[in-house]
Write a protein that binds this ligand. Structure first.
Ligand code: PLP
Length: 489
């Protein structure tokens, strides 16, 4: 390759081979080992270290993709990829990303990308409908859930501590700002608090009940204590689907407390939000519409490829008060309101890629009925696994299944017998056995789980987030665990 540009013919030809390799990858994703047996040393050797003065051919570049990158990475589209909160990356979204890069739209303001900006506003309106929030709400796509949480808390801070904070900084504020989230909240909340100068020590970790949902009495006590101590409680964060167990906090009750104490209510719905489309759990989202801000992640349960998070604000004016900054190069000259619109007034970024295209294509291309069925199907898989575990004597559940996350552990026969004889406390041994089992399962490559700590017990944790996953995969998961466990005994 000797130039940066490609002729239309070259683009077509090379593009077709690139698309062919993605198609082959997708067609075989369920058959490939889910996790590679490799090392960083091997990968670095295979990548080669030379930056050449002369360009390499496209077939050489694609060969590296096909022969090194694809085999030596985790297969996130595999139906038994249950680790973390991982979307498979729906093919429609893959094509949308290609098209978006093709026109290289930059969604700063309407004048820079008129049709992409209107498509993003339309798509955000659809997400609002899906979540049942106020039609007057507004929002934008960001890189992911961590950025969405950061944006929501940034707005909460200015809205509750006053506009001086923007110019004079948190250190000029007379009282410590305090924020409330359950002990189960995602770590991006504490991270946002430290980045925003609130301090992670000022995030009060509210205990949860036996279903891992925020304890409302303890929330109220904690806020009242801070008020008495002269602090300024400003925000409560509710989780709509915690990362460890999938619990949805009591949103309506939290909204009530937020109103009572004049706090901003932010909901981290990054994992669970789109499950509002699933009829069997939609009632759990009552109260969501009362939130002042909601963080979402289309690159989780809308099955979009990385990356795409989203933040919604009930009152967009509050977001402008936080993010709008004047500069000559961003001044919008002589335009009507719709055309004068700029996303930089509502979020932390200026240049932004065209993330809306993949969300729009997935929503419009698949339709809400298919999406709702897929999400409901994922929840059904998690419930089925729970049934299988409860009916077995070599596994036990460690938390109830609320959405599509399941937490359980393996009980080897020797430890069961020890426990029955009352020989000794087996808790620590069980933790060790399950930790070893998890690592061995991940290396085995047929199923992939991650871990969680549930009441100090090491849990095998899975999250069903792939429309390709079936109840048979849940059976295979338990078979894989038994097979791998036998090799460790
Ligand atoms: C509940 C919750 N919030 C926030 C995040 C952070 O999202 P992201 O990884 O997109 O930054 C996650 C990620 O798993 C999550 O589960």
């Amino acid at each position: 390759m000797s130039s940066l540009d490609l002729s239309p013919d070259e683009f077509r030809r090379w593009g077709q081979t690139a698309i062919d390799s993605i198609a082959e990858y997708l067609a075989a994703v369920a058959e490939r080992p889910l996790y590679p047996r490799t090392s960083s040393k091997e990968i670095r050797q295979q990548l080669g270290r030379e930056l050449g003065k002369e360009g390499a051919s496209f077939s050489e570049l694609l060969e590296t993709f096909n022969e090194v990158i694809v085999p030596l990475t985790r297969k996130n589209g595999h139906p038994r990829m249950f680790g973390y909160v991982q979307s498979p990356g729906a093919p429609l979204g893959v094509l949308a990303d290609l098209l978006a890069s093709g026109i290289n739209a930059n969604l700063t303001a309407w004048r820079s990308a008129p049709s992409p900006i209107d498509l993003e506003r339309l798509t955000i309106d659809w997400l609002k409908q899906i979540l049942g929030v106020d039609p007057g709400a507004a929002g934008l796509f960001v890189s992911g859930g961590s950025m969405a949480n950061l944006s929501g808390l940034a707005v909460a801070r200015v809205a509750k501590a006053g506009p001086d904070l923007k110019t004079r900084g948190t250190q000029s504020h007379p009282r410590a700002l305090t924020l409330y989230a359950s002990v189960e909240a995602h770590h991006s909340i504490a991270k946002a608090a430290s980045l925003l100068g609130i301090g992670s020590d000022n995030v009060r970790q509210i205990p949860v009940d036996q279903n891992f949902k925020m304890n409302i009495d303890r929330l109220r006590d904690s806020i009242a204590r801070d008020v008495a101590d002269g602090h300024q409680p400003f925000c409560v964060v509710a989780s709509a689907g915690t990362v460890a167990t999938g619990a949805i906090d009591p949103l309506g009750e939290i909204a009530h407390v937020a109103r009572e104490f004049g706090l901003w209510m932010h909901v981290d719905a990054c994992y669970g939000g789109f499950a509002r489309m699933a009829p069997s759990v939609s009632r759990l989202f009552t109260g969501l519409a009362e939130a002042d801000s909601i963080a979402l992640d289309p690159h989780k349960w809308l099955y979009a490829p990385m990356d795409c998070g989203c933040i919604l604000y009930r009152n967009p004016v509050a977001a402008r008060q936080t993010f709008a900054h004047d500069a000559e190069y961003t001044r919008v000259i002589a335009q009507e309101a719709d055309e004068a619109f700029a996303f930089w007034d509502y979020g932390p970024e200026l240049s932004r890629r065209f993330r809306a295209l993949k969300v729009w294509m997935i929503l419009k291309g698949a339709g809400t009925a298919v999406l709702s069925e897929a999400i409901e199907g994922n929840i059904a898989c998690a419930r089925y696994l729970e049934e299988l575990v409860k009916a077995s004597d070599d596994f036990e559940m460690l938390a109830p299944v609320e959405l599509s996350i399941f937490c359980f552990r393996y009980l080897p026969r020797t430890l069961r017998e020890k426990d029955r004889r009352g020989d000794s406390a087996i808790g620590e041994e069980l933790n060790q056995v399950n930790e070893r089992l998890l690592v061995a399962l991940q290396r085995d490559g047929s199923s992939y789980l991650s871990n969680a700590l549930i009441d100090n017990q090491f849990a095998l944790r899975g999250c069903v987030l792939n429309y390709r996953t079936t109840t048979q995969d849940m059976e295979i998961l338990l078979q894989d665990l038994r097979r791998v466990a036998a090799t460790l005994e």
